[in-house]
Each structure stands twice: as structure tokens, then as C-alpha cells.
Design a protein around this ligand. Structure first.
Ligand SMILES: *Cc1c(COP(=O)(O)O)cnc(C)c1O
Length: 365
């Protein structure tokens, strides 16, 4: 096998899913968009369903089709708005899109009629995320229009929370306001004599900080992949570990330039190790000269610029590292994506999704 690989710790994934399920005591929709946040959508979907997830969530029609082609028969929610030309694929694959407006509902209805199928949909309400979803006051009207479409089934009603992962007072209050608008919209649907179906709102932040966001189903993504918005309230265990091997060790003299841009000059005679992992694999170029990897029990710095496909380590004079030695870049028990994302001023989701297809995923129980 090639050197650079992402070890996916399934025991940790199952632990996180069970923690989410038992905390909420509701149905679980596992978001597997973006290749399950870089963890491999098909494998993770299979395991999530075994572990009790009732629904899966994707962002694009292509992601849904990939799961269907892989034999996944569970219901799949389509979170992001697709183009009208994708409707035949949505209907034939039996994906359940979020519906934000009556026009798309009508187009989907005709698409379903043409294929002689019924399409399940979830009505999406924008309670303050400022993304897809109808205005809360338009929800009852949209629900009525969906119910009147002969080929559509209103299976659920959802909203999405924008700051539920923040403990800041203002953000807490904003989430309460979102939930209040959502509750009012749900009531207006019921008052119109209609059934909103499965009601859902909670992402990972909702799961951890807002019990009043659980309704009938939760949609925790990053929590299940091992990053909790509060390890104090509800801890999660990181699932992905990035590993490689030292494929070259070379001796260099003091004063030699390492990698593009000559940003690193060796301060003494030393050994340089090379690992076949670069920014195209998802190792951010911004970590150049700013990250320690782990080999055995020791730490070694990445020195010089991270290249597209390789990077260099200073193994020190008289190093005991040998060709082939295993290198951990991040993972449970070592530095994790919380540490790296703080350094890079981003979030763990961003870094996990960035680990590219070229890095082999190895599933470990
Ligand atoms: C991505 C996404 C989620 C999961 O969000 P996390 O913050 O990773 O828990 C839930 N619902 C929708 C609609 C999403 O797009």
C-alpha cells in the first residue's frame, strides 16, 4: 500500500454516534456530505446504518447517486438546492430534497409524474441561517402547496441553526430566536390542518447545547466525526488519523536550503526525511515550517515549504529514524484537528474535508 493514508477509527465513530443517539433519544440523520467530511461516504454510510442511523444527508445529487450505486437503500436527504435539470436523477434515485419554494415543488411534482414515482420531500424553513429555506411566515402556504402536489409526499420539515455551536450569550439567544420562529412555523402548518412530518433542526451545536432543538430527529455531522463543540458537555473522539512513512533519509550539511523558496536553511549538519504527503493531499501549505509530526515517541518539525506531493522533516544529527518508519501527522492520542484548525484559523470540518481522494482510507475497528 502507498505511504500516505487516513486511518478511520470506526470504534471512535461508533462511540460518537451512540453518544449522539443516547443524548438526544431521537432519530439520527447522519450528514455524509463531502465524502462524509473526508472519511469516505460509502463506508461510513454502511456503518452508520448498522449503528442505527435512519437517514443520511448529502449536499449534491451526485453524492446521493454515489451512495445508491453503492447499494445504500436508506432514505437520503438532499440538503442543498439542486438545479431543475437534476430533477430526473433526484426522482429516479429516490433522494428526498429540502424544498424551499413552491416553484421547485411544482417542477419536482411534474418530474415525479413523468417517471411515475412519488417523491418524498422535506420542507425547509429559513429561521435565521440566511441560506436555503422559505420564510417562516410562508411555511404553511408552502406545506399546503406540497401536499396538493399529487406526486409529492411531505415527509418532514426542517430548519438549520447558524450559531448553535457557540456558547456566547448573544449566539445562545439567537439560536433560541431561531427555534422560536421554527416552532411558530410548525404550529402554523399544524393549524392549517397539515402534518409537518418528521421535524428536525439540530446540527452538532444543537445536539450539544440546545435540547429544545431535538424535535423528532437530529443531524449531527462534525460531532460524529469526532469534534464536539464542547468536550465538557458531550465529548467526542476523533475518528481520522493521518499517517505516512518516511520514504527517503538524506544527510545534508549545515547551511543547505530545503524546498521551494529556500525558506529553511539547515542550522547544522543533519538528516532530512521526506514523506510523500503534500498540499494536494490536504496537508495545508500554511503548515509549512509550523507543524511537528510524530515518529515513534518523538516529534520532528516539518521544515521548508510543503510541496504539492511531498514535505521534508528535520530528523536531527545522528537520527534514529529509519527509512519506512511510520509518521503520524495528526490523530487521536496525538495532536488533533482542533489544534490544527486553531492554528490555521479555521474549523476541523474544513481540514478533514481537505484530505483528498489520493490519500487511501483505511478502516480500522
Ligand atoms: C452540514 C449540515 C449539518 C451538520 O452540521 P454539523 O455542524 O457538522 O453538525 C446538518 N444539517 C445541514 C442542513 C447541514 O448542511
Amino acid at each position: 500500500m502507498q505511504a500516505s493514508r487516513a486511518i478511520i477509527h470506526l470504534d471512535n465513530f461508533r462511540y460518537n454516534m451512540e453518544a449522539a443517539r443516547s443524548k438526544a433519544g431521537k432519530k439520527v440523520c447522519l450528514p455524509v456530505k463531502a465524502d462524509a467530511y473526508g472519511h469516505g461516504a460509502l463506508s461510513i454510510s454502511r456503518i452508520a446504518i448498522e449503528a442505527g442511523a435512519e437517514y443520511l444527508g448529502v449536499a449534491t445529487v451526485g453524492e446521493g447517486l454515489e451512495l445508491r450505486a453503492g447499494g445504500i437503500t436508506a432514505p437520503i436527504l438532499l440538503f442543498a438546492q439542486a438545479l431543475p435539470e437534476e430533477i430526473p436523477s433526484i426522482v429516479s434515485a429516490g433522494l428526498s430534497p429540502f424544498i424551499s419554494d413552491p416553484e421547485f415543488a411544482q417542477m419536482l411534482d411534474s418530474g415525479a409524474e413523468q417517471l411515475n414515482k412519488k417523491g418524498k420531500v422535506h420542507l425547509k424553513i429559513d429561521s435565521g441561517m440566511g441560506r436555503n429555506g422559505c420564510r417562516p411566515e410562508a411555511a404553511a402556504d408552502l406545506a399546503g402547496k406540497i401536499v396538493n402536489c399529487r406526486n409529492l409526499i411531505l415527509e418532514g420539515t426542517a430548519t438549520h441553526l447558524s450559531v448553535s455551536d457557540s456558547e456566547n450569550d448573544d449566539d445562545m439567544a439567537y439560536t433560541k430566536e431561531q427555534l422560536c420562529k421554527f416552532n411558530d412555523a410548525i404550529s402554523s402548518i399544524r393549524d392549517a390542518g397539515l402534518d409537518p412530518g418528521i421535524v428536525h433542526a439540530a446540527n452538532s451545536g444543537g445536539l450539544v447545547f440546545h435540547e429544545d432543538s431535538y424535535f423528532d430527529m437530529i443531524r449531527p455531522g462534525i460531532f460524529c466525526y469526532g469534534y464536539s463543540p464542547s468536550d465538557k458537555l458531550l465529548p467526542a473522539k476523533p475518528v481520522m488519523e493521518l499517517r505516512s512513512n518516511v520514504t527517503v533519509i538524506k544527510q545534508v550539511k549545515k547551511g543547505e536550503a530545503i524546498s521551494y523558496g529556500r525558506t529553511y536553511i539547515t542550522p547544522e549538519d543533519t538528516f532530512i526525511g521526506i514523506i510523500p504527503l503534500g498540499y494536494s493531499d490536504g496537508l495545508s501549505r500554511r503548515l509549512s515550517g509550523d507543524h511537528l509530526v510524530k515518529i515513534g515517541e518523538d516529534r520532528y518539525p516539518i521544515v521548508g515549504r510543503i510541496c504539492m506531493d511531498q514535505c521534508m522533516l528535520n530528523l536531527g544529527p545522528g537520527t534514529k529514524v529509519k527509512r519506512g518508519d511510520e509518521v503520524t501527522i495528526f490523530g487521536p492520542g496525538y495532536t488533533d484537528l482542533n489544534d490544527l484548525s486553531a492554528k490555521l484559523n479555521t474549523i476541523p470540518n474544513d481540514l478533514a474535508c481537505a484530505i483528498s481522494k489520493r490519500v487511501v482510507r483505511v478502516y480500522k475497528d
